[in-house]
Design a protein around this ligand. Sequence first.
Ligand SMILES: C[S@@+](CC[C@H](N)C(=O)[O-])C[C@H]1O[C@@H](n2cnc3c(N)ncnc32)[C@H](O)[C@@H]1O
Length: 281
Amino acid sequence: MLALFDSPDTFLVRYHRHHTGITSWALSRGRARGDLSSYDLLAELVPSQTPHKVVDLGCGDGYLIERLLARGVPTERIVGIDISPDELMLARKRSGLDYVAMLCERADRTTLPNDSTGYVLSHMSFMVLSKIEDVVAEIARILIPGGVFSVVVPSEAEPDGAAAAFFELFNEIYHSQATRAPVLGDPRTWTEAGLRGLLRYESQFDGLEFTHIDLCLDGTVTEVWNSLSARYEAYVILPQHRAQLRDRFMERARQLARSDGTIPCTLPLCQLVCRRANAKN
Ligand SMILES: C[S@@+](CC[C@H](N)C(=O)[O-])C[C@H]1O[C@@H](n2cnc3c(N)ncnc32)[C@H](O)[C@@H]1O
């Protein structure tokens, strides 16, 4: 097996250099509930004129921040944190984000003061962060007692339909190659039981609530392909394998097509909401 990168973080920074903005490009069109995207499920936790700071951890190209601003959360209350300078540069180009504080920092070691933050939100980032125990301690450090921590992460539930077909084909091709992407993140963030264990550590968080999200990504075959193929492991798929994967997926997807040409696609995600315990250790 060939490892192409020194560390998961080197891989992440390089991936986001070459695929800047890919996550919101792939997922922001998805609908979780009514007209709400999975980003909106996090944004709606914050009251419009909150007096508290709101941190977006692993903010990428700032799509969640844009949704917070659209809700009326004041610019000066929002902080975006990411290790990718390329993602932050793209975020700053979004309308209204030029005055939002954006820090190119690691989630496990930020420069934010103790007890400075009312909300820590994270969309599709928590499951790739390294040094996760330090990240959890960092979130507990910056949150005020009673402050809200919420993440949207992939669910451990099995996908079906177009997503199931895609992952089956993808895994076949990925495992036929010698080259692998590094394993990203901590496996405890991939399951509800793991997350519970991580966040109950030293009783720093309580009131943990998990909600299953069926993210509807129905669309044309190309739209669904774009959403599903935006994965870290796809970075090391050889071009000829990628073309093969696309052809095989298109063939399977066409069998699922409705009369209007769209195909059904649901991605299972999970939202965790909890609060910083009132008594700090
Ligand atoms: C899958 S993307 C999600 C981006 C954005 N939240 C979204 O959903 O559109 C994960 C993001 O986490 C960032 N990231 C990864 N490890 C990090 C770390 N240790 N500290 C801060 N950001 C990190 C990546 O650079 C990337 O922008």
